[in-house]
Write a protein that binds this ligand. Sequence first.
Ligand code: HEM
Length: 355
Amino acid sequence: MSTNERISVDGHGRVVIGDHAEVTRIARDAAGFSSAVSRHLQVPNGLDGAAHAEMRHLLDPFMDADAVAQLLPELERIAADLVARLDAADAPFGAVADLGARFAVRAQSAWLGWLPEWEEPLLQWVADNRVASRTGHPRATAEIADRFDAIIRELLRRRREQPRDDVTTRLMGLRHSDGSALRDDELVSILRNVTGGDLGSLALCTGVIVHWLAVHPEHQDHLAAASDADLDAAIDEILRADDPFVSNRRRVTRQTEVGGCPVHAGQIVVLDWRAANRDPAVFVEPDAFDPAAHAAANLVYGTGPHVCPGRLLATAELRVLVRALLTAGRIEPAGDPEREQAPVAGFRAVPVRLV
Ligand code: HEM
């Protein structure tokens, strides 16, 4: 067993790594640590090597700086509208369920070109997905994944009947480098990975950020007036200290060591982003708010070949939402927040009010 206290073995025999240096090294070593950890097709998450690079080459432009700049006015409109409604109601609201989840679904729908009629089924799915993730029960998780696939397949079917000029239609027109069209199961997996998981992450990120602002009122004024770059850096730093995106797995490809602990080919290791982002060897005071000092080592969006392609989009979404809130008023706690339960992090509920 490892002598490194940030490396442990969990109840499933998986080596869980919370050591920042080891998490970084392993995430960057795709040959030694494969992302093919699931028996389900996961595009691009579960691909390795050339197949992974090919997919990232196809998908990254949908989430690059130009794509985000084009979407920005619509994101600002969605955020302003949602915050104005919550503000007008003049009552406490939930930063995760009422704000984050709804904003995430509307923002992702705007990006992908999905019609408002999908909002309620998707919101229901986000809520059920969180319940299933909490239990960690494979049957519940599989059932919830099947439900999402059914939503996506129906969306693809309708889109084939009525193509539109949007991201979903363009995704459906992508071709592999050999000229073959993407199969339906590949498209479903892509859409599951760029939406399903991230709808949940965005809602959880919103909860963490709004909670932090509510309990650190001294930061609200300067962040309301901050530049895009400074606000983005602050958001990254808030998420670093309380990362709601817990972990990803890798499969060891050859006999080696992790933090001094021997691991063998086929064994699963867990990259614990949350723990790595609070490793005192790198972040001497993990709770200190120091965006400039901590930015370079921040692992909220991962690192290496699988680094989050949605980072710019997620950052822009969170920025416009936080700015809309801070412009509307001061954020105050309106009750006790409820923490999520492992293996999910962040908050289940963050009651706040705007004053
Ligand atoms: C909301 C905040 C988000 C966080 C904290 C987050 C975090 C991450 C992390 C840590 C990874 C690395 C996974 C690994 O190394 O195995 C990742 C990968 C990924 N993220 Fe995000 N993400 C977020 C939002 C988004 C958004 C909005 C999208 C799409 C629009 C997105 C799409 C993806 C995809 C497709 C991958 C897989 C990349 C690959 O395997 O090459 N993410 N994300």
